[in-house]
Design a protein around this ligand. Sequence first.
Ligand code: ACO
Ligand code: OAA
Length: 434
Amino acid sequence: MTGLDILGDCEFSIVCLIKVGRGLLSKPEPWFVIANLTVNLLAVVEKVESVQMSADDVEKTSSEAVKGLKGIIAADSSICLVNGTEGKLLYRGYNIDDLAEHATFEEVSYLLLNGELPNAGQLAEYQESLKQYRSIPSELIDALKTLPTSAPPMALLRTLTSMAGVYDPDAESESSDKRLQISIKLISQIPTIVAAIHRVRKGLDPVDPDPSLCHAGNFMYMLNGEKPSEDATRAMDLILTLHAEHGLNASTFTSRVIIATLPDIYSAITGAIGALKGKLHGGANTEVLKTLFEIGSVDNIAPYVKKVREAKGKFMGFGHAVYQVEDPRAKHLKELSRRLGEETGEPKWYEMSIEMEKLVYAEIKRNCNVDFYSASLQHYMGIPGDLFTCIFAASRIAGWCAHILEQLDGNKIIRPKANYIGYEERPYVSVSER
Ligand SMILES: CC(=O)SCCNC(=O)CCNC(=O)[C@H](O)C(C)(C)COP(=O)(O)OP(=O)(O)OC[C@H]1O[C@@H](n2cnc3c(N)ncnc32)[C@H](O)[C@@H]1OP(=O)(O)O
Ligand SMILES: O=C([O-])CC(=O)C(=O)O
């Protein structure tokens, strides 16, 4: 905006006043003069603001970025409510406590994808579809055998999920039916891929899925090569139910950002797996077990907490971006960890976790999150620590797919802007003069 523009806006008031002075206009009341000037000055302010608004288009704005986008509402969603002050979690309106107690992962994943719990017929049909999709292309197993066994399982999962997209003839389909089908396929196949990773890196052959087993039972079977007990099946089912969905967490947001550019579902899921891998997110469960192993005994916890505090370090499995009170999922995992600690005759890891929870809370006033007790629990279930995040992914695939389908319904590309804090425009300097 130039000085001339501003003058232009004041012009009417000034010209009027001059005309009054020359007797060309009758003398107005003082309130009229003030009101007139105010109106025109407001117009100037508005113009200045609109000039700033158009400068925003080139990412130059005076406003500050919200770090981590904390508290920013980035989407309308009817999938999940995370109430951080009350510690409440609802999937499509159903409380996680009720789902943990009564529902199976099949019901929960159907609910997340379709918006309603299935009736008996719908559930049977859905379970059948999940079973039909369980086998993965043999090319994935062949490729897995060529990859380094030392690679983190989440890196292998990321690579194989991306590959699965290459072998799916429907991957590029834009039909809603096909997209729902791909979602069901992914919910079914991620556990098969995870189990194959687990076995191949141990030098074992992958185990073919068993159609007589439910989703969780078959997952345990493909991991261990033995039919699981009812308790083991129920434990896996609970883990899958509790981790299935959590609003706009980092990996889910990633999946929505990716799908919003309209690539294919596999691309969005591959990105989500990459985001979940990080230790500030899903990767924290692996870190928790490492910590428990490093500490070794209840007696060493107090010195460990002191050491981490002095180094201004992080306590893995503690704190949350949304919950200011207890994570409502943690108590379910904690109780199961207690039970399995007793049943395996190795309560140490549970007892250490209890002491750690107490001492860390006293130190930083942060509760434990879903990743904390899932570590001792999965350890009791015989799952290696570095596979924990893959188990998380085998569950969260349901939430990711639900969000992807929701994003595609009325899609808009997600494109926030940066608060530019770099150089003003400056002249190019040739190499010889730098
Ligand atoms: C499934 C999940 O993703 S659950 C989360 C899993 N991640 C972890 O367990 C890793 C440890 N926890 C954390 O790093 C954090 O609590 C997060 C990433 C989960 C949340 O981070 P934020 O939203 O920034 O939380 P919050 O606003 O409470 O953190 C503010 C400060 O509190 C302190 N704080 C929070 N959590 C912790 C922790 N676990 N240990 C030590 N200090 C902590 C830190 O000083 C933090 O600032 P910093 O991140 O700059 O170091
Ligand atoms: O919501 C979050 O930020 C992290 C979390 O608990 C989850 O993804 O389950």
